[in-house]
Design a protein around this ligand. Structure first.
Ligand code: SF4
Ligand code: SF4
Length: 68
């Protein structure tokens, strides 16, 4: 699985040009497409860096082993 962005929660970091999730992803798995942040699943390593950094808590990393 890869990280999932909930488009209902994501505000594109308030509309900045380079959103935090795009900036922070070590695998360059997040890009902006048609004004939305999109995750390229095969690049994502489920590290959850984006999930931690997202100000809107819009990103979920669905890995079975993750416990909170
Ligand atoms: S960090 Fe969160 S709010 Fe910002 S663009 Fe990414 S998913 Fe959207
Ligand atoms: S979970 Fe990690 S690898 Fe996947 S999109 Fe987020 S920052 Fe990138």
């Amino acid at each position: 699985m890869a990280a999932q962005i909930d488009p209902k929660k994501c505000t594109m970091c308030g509309g900045i040009v380079q959103p935090i999730c795009v900036e922070i992803c070590p695998d360059k798995a997040v890009r902006v497409q048609n004004g939305r942040a999109v995750i390229t699943e095969f690049l994502c390593e489920d590290c959850n860096e984006c999930g931690i950094a997202c100000p809107d808590k819009a990103i979920k990393v669905t890995v079975d082993v993750v416990t909170f």
